[in-house]
Design a protein around this ligand. Structure first.
Ligand code: MLT
Ligand code: ZN
Length: 475
């Protein structure tokens, strides 16, 4: 979907925005505009996109005023959370206005009777979790970037992370959303209720729509009782195949729905060791699993952990490390979090960072064939991620590619071949990082013409002028 008729942001536009938001609510400073125009996509986009203005609304009314104005003046608007996205969802590919939600960061209410938390979109995810915890309740969303991401960004991307297997992705926790539509009108979808078939399920259309349909200004989240006891098992496995085979057995034989099952291959573990002073026991094992269980009853959890530990050993585990207290558990998760952190800080060139999903039964086939596919494109990779969801992150590195070759051009045919294989396995393009700007050109591999047409019609119904986050998600 294109719109050639955008208007440029002029001095008059900036003055009009200042009228709406006040002097401190708008900036046209070059450095600030550049800083608010990037996210954490690796590698960065081939060219730099910079917004013409950044605005900082403080309430729904201001969001509405800016959207109405932008719609009337045909100026593109890109909503932005904390900028932790991994697919360019918050990158203003057409310039125009970036709308930062950082000032709308209040956690508005915790309602015990209804077990809900109502928040503005700019609240940091970890603050939402903490606020719920202080009231003895649990917000179960747990994206890896949760210490800095905004809850509104999690909603926009339907962020997944580490606890999806038991608790679901962000959308599973959303009961209600207030949103400003591209023409400035304000709508409330859902509310403090757990049933509603009065209309289409707009909540879950907005969740994961990458800010292309509306700007979320208020979120009502479902809370559950805080699980008092948590245990993590760190399990080195002799082969990737044995690790993958174990995953469904945790539930089918072990009788437990774990709160997390995370995977790291040997190369991921080695990268962490090379990068830090950390020494990980059995780091020569082919694969590592982190299996987390939580519950209310310590004895029950001990017995579950013992049973799952035995199951791991019977299925070839090299060893089972049990982490019960907070420090031990933090050490286990530090290893997992360092895998992604290392990629950020290490200067190694990265060809592509992928977020594919395949059915759990196909993971071994996928990982087996991967080296052969990548070799054809002179690349190698490490693999890690949310194995119980079938969501494997692979970070692809150039191998034998000359310094003068264009990595972006080389990544393209590699991705197409990789995705065709993922599709063949019944998988999909992205599980949690999003389509954004980065993957839009590949959605045709996974969606048929009728689906693409439907997406375009939905987008046009919400945003006929295509001013809200153009170039993202919708082919
Ligand atoms: C992860 O699972 O570590 C993240 O989704 C990937 C990342 O932040 O790079
Ligand atoms: Zn992830």
């Amino acid at each position: 979907m294109t719109n050639a008729a955008y208007f440029k942001v002029t001095e008059k536009t900036i003055a009009d925005l200042i009228d709406m938001l006040g002097q401190s609510g708008v900036t046209a400073d070059r450095e600030k505009r550049a800083a608010y125009s990037i996210d954490e996509t690796i590698p960065r986009f081939e060219r730099e996109y910079v917004a013409d203005a950044v605005c900082f609304p403080e309430n729904t009314e201001q969001v509405s005023m800016v959207m109405k104005y932008a719609n009337e003046h045909l100026i593109p608007v890109t909503p932005r959370g904390a900028g932790t996205g991994l697919s360019g969802g918050a990158v203003p590919s057409r310039g125009g206005i970036v709308m930062s939600m950082e000032r709308m960061n209040a956690i508005l209410e915790i309602d015990h009777a209804n077990r809900t938390l109502t928040t503005e979109p700019g609240a940091v995810t970890a603050e939402v979790t903490k606020a719920a915890r202080e009231h003895g309740m649990f917000y179960a969303g747990d994206p890896c970037s949760g210490d800095i991401s905004f809850i509104g960004g999690n909603v926009a991307e339907n962020a997944g992370g580490n606890k999806v297997i038991k608790y679901g992705a962000t959308g599973a926790h959303v009961l209600g959303l207030e949103a400003v539509l591209p023409d400035g009108s304000v709508v409330m979808f859902g509310g403090k209720r757990r049933k509603d078939v009065t209309s289409y399920d707009f909540i879950h259309l907005i969740v994961g729509s990458e800010g292309t349909l509306g700007i979320v200004t208020k979120i009502i989240l479902n809370l559950i009782p805080y699980p008092k006891c948590v245990t993590d098992l760190l399990v080195p496995m002799p082969s990737v195949e044995a690790a993958v085979k174990l995953v469904p057995l945790i539930t089918t034989e072990g009788g437990v729905i774990p709160s997390s099952v995370e995977f790291m291959d040997r190369k991921s573990i080695r990268n962490v060791e090379d990068y830090t002073s950390l020494r990980i026991p059995h780091s020569d094992a082919a694969a590592f699993l982190i299996i987390q269980m939580d519950g209310m009853d310590r004895r029950q959890l001990w017995s579950d952990a013992e049973r799952i530990g035995d199951l791991c050993v019977r299925n070839g585990a090299v060893e089972v490390f049990v982490a019960e207290d907070r420090n031990a558990r933090d050490r286990v998760w530090r290893i997992r979090k360092l895998v992604a952190e290392e990629e950020w800080t290490n200067a190694m060139p990265i060809l592509s960072k992928e977020d594919i999903v395949v059915p759990v039964s196909e993971i071994s086939k996928f990982l087996d064939r991967l080296p052969e596919i990548l070799a054809r494109h002179r690349a190698i990779c490490n693999a890690y991620g949310h194995i119980a969801d079938g969501n494997i992150h692979i970070t692809v590195f150039p191998d034998g590619i000359g310094e003068d070759e264009n990595l972006h051009e080389l990544a393209h045919p590699m991705r197409r071949e990789l995705y065709a294989f993922v599709k063949e396995l019944g998988g999909t393009l992205s599980g949690e990082h999003g389509v954004g700007l980065k993957r839009k050109q590949y959605t045709d591999i996974f969606l048929n013409e009728a689906q693409i047409e439907l997406m375009k019609r939905v987008k046009a119904a919400f945003d006929p002028n295509n001013i809200l986050n153009p170039d993202k998600l919708v082919p």
